[in-house]
Ligand binder design. Sequence first.
Ligand code: FAD
Length: 500
Amino acid sequence: MNVAVEIKQDNSQEIEHLDVLVIGAGISGIDAAYHLKKECPGKSFALLENQESFGGTWITHKYPGIRSDSDLYTFGYSWKPWSGPPIATAPEILKYLDESIDENDLRDAIRFNHEVKTASWSDKEKRWMLSIHRKDTDETFFISCNFLWMCQGYYRHSEGYTPDFPGAEHFKGRIAHPQTWPEDLDYKNKKVVVIGSGATAATLIPAMAEDCAHITMLQRSPTYFFAAPNRNELVDTLRELDVPEDWIHDIARRKVLSDQQTITRRSFEEPEKLKKELIDVAQQYLGNAIDVDPHFTPTYRPWRQRLARVPDGDLFQSIKSGKASVVTDQIETFTENGIKLKSGAELEADIILTATGFNMCVLGDIQFVINGKPLNFADCWAHRGILYSGIPNMAWVFGYLRTSWTMRSDLVSGFVCRLLNHMKEKGLEMVTPELREEDKDMPELPFVDPENFNAGYLNRSMDIMPKQGDRQPWIFSQNYYAEKDEIPAADLEDGTLNYK
Ligand SMILES: Cc1cc2nc3c(=O)[nH]c(=O)nc-3n(C[C@H](O)[C@H](O)[C@H](O)COP(=O)(O)OP(=O)(O)OC[C@H]3O[C@@H](n4cnc5c(N)ncnc54)[C@H](O)[C@@H]3O)c2cc1C
C-alpha cells in the first residue's frame, strides 16, 4: 500500500536551489565533484556530508591498523596519481583525498555536518526537495536541486553488524565492534578474541598482536588471503627510470587490472589450481607454525569476495611469532570469561572484538518520496546499476566489489555527466528509467548474483535492494572489463530513458 507522505516545509524560508546535489563526501562524492566541475562547467552543485570531515569510510573506521585491502593504483582516482605503497593506511588515503580536493578547488563545495533526512521529488516542479539537519547548529532546513547524485556508499556508518551471540550479557570483559572503535579500549597485555576472518580481522590482528597478551582469530570458516610484499616491482622500476608519476600510475593501474582479470578468469576455469597457489603462499609465510588445513583452506571458489591483501604477510607473521593464533570452530555461547565453542573448547578473553561486518543501508537511510508516495527501493529495476526505474533524476554510485570500488565510481561519474550534458543540449529537465514493452517479462534477479559474489552483508540484505533483469540496460554486471567499454558507449536514447 502506498501511503501519501507530506514533508513539512516552512514557506517563510528562502530555499536555496542548485543544479546538482551530491550526497556524501567520501571517495565517490569527491570523484563526482571532480567530474562535475570538469565535464559540466556552469552547473551549480554542492556536496552534503553528514560527518564533520571528508573521506567517508576512511574517517568512520578508526580501529588499529585501518588500511585499504585493495591497491591504491586502482582504488585511487584515474585523475590523481598515487605515489605511496600499494596498500595504504586510512591516514594516507585521507591525505590523498585532501590533496585531490585542494588541487581541484573542491573544498568550498563541501558542506559538512549536513545530514540529509528526506528527499522528495515532484513531477510538477521537476525538482528534488531535500530536508537537511545541520548537526553543528541543530538547524533543519531545505535545499532543492534538479539532479540528485547519491554517493552515500552502501553501509550504515553509525553502527556495524553484530549477530545476537548467546550469553553475550554474561561476558565480564568488553565487547566492541571495530566500526565503532572505543577510544578508551586498552588492550595492552589483554587476551583478545577477534570474531571473524575478513579483511578487518586480518588488519586488526597484526596491528594489535605485539601489545596484547595474546590475540585469537576465531572464524566459523576460512577466508582466502592474498599475501604479498607491499610494493610493486614494476612501479619501482619505472620510478628508477624517472618515468613521470602520472604515467607510472596509469601503467600500474593497467597492470593491476590485467593481473586481476587473469585471477578472475582462473577462478572460473581452474579454481582448484588457483586455490592451491593462494594457500601455498599462506603456508610459506606460516612455515610450520600451523597447518593451513583447515584454518586457511576455504570451501568456496576463490574470488567470490575481494581477495583481502595481506601486505608482507603480516597476519601470518603474527601467527608464526606465537602472539596470534587462529581457531576454526563455532560459538556455542559467550561465558563470563570468554567463549565456549561447539567443539567443547573454551577461549578465554578480556576483550571480544566482533569483526562481523556491516549493515547494508540503501540510499543513506534517507526517506525518499516520489510525487507524494514513499519509495520502496526494492521495487525498482537497476538501470546499469546507476539509475533506477521510476526514480527521476537520480543516480547512485555503487562501485565494484571485486575490482576496486573507485574504478566504477569513475565510470558512473562519466555516465552521469554525459547524461546531464545530453539533457542540457536537448533542453530536457527530467529523466526517468522505465521498462520498455519488451522488458516487462524479465525475470527478477537479485541486485548482485550470490553465485558470483557471496558476501554476508549482501546476502542479509537482498530484500531491501533493487532488482536486476536479464538484458541490458537492466543488468548490473559488476564486471569492470565489460563495463569500461559499455558504460561510456551506452545509448542514452535506447527507449529505456523517459525524458521530459
Ligand atoms: C573498512 C573498509 C575497508 C574498505 N576497503 C576497501 C578497499 O580497499 N578497496 C575497495 O575497493 N573498497 C573498500 N571498501 C569499500 C568502501 O566502502 C568503498 O570502497 C569506498 O570507500 C566507498 O566510498 P563512497 O564514497 O562510495 O562511500 P563511503 O565511504 O561510505 O562514504 C559515504 C559518505 O556519505 C555520507 N552519508 C551517508 N548518508 C548520508 C546522508 N543521509 N546525508 C549526508 N551524508 C551521508 C557518509 O557520512 C559518508 O561520509 C572498504 C570498506 C570498509 C568498510
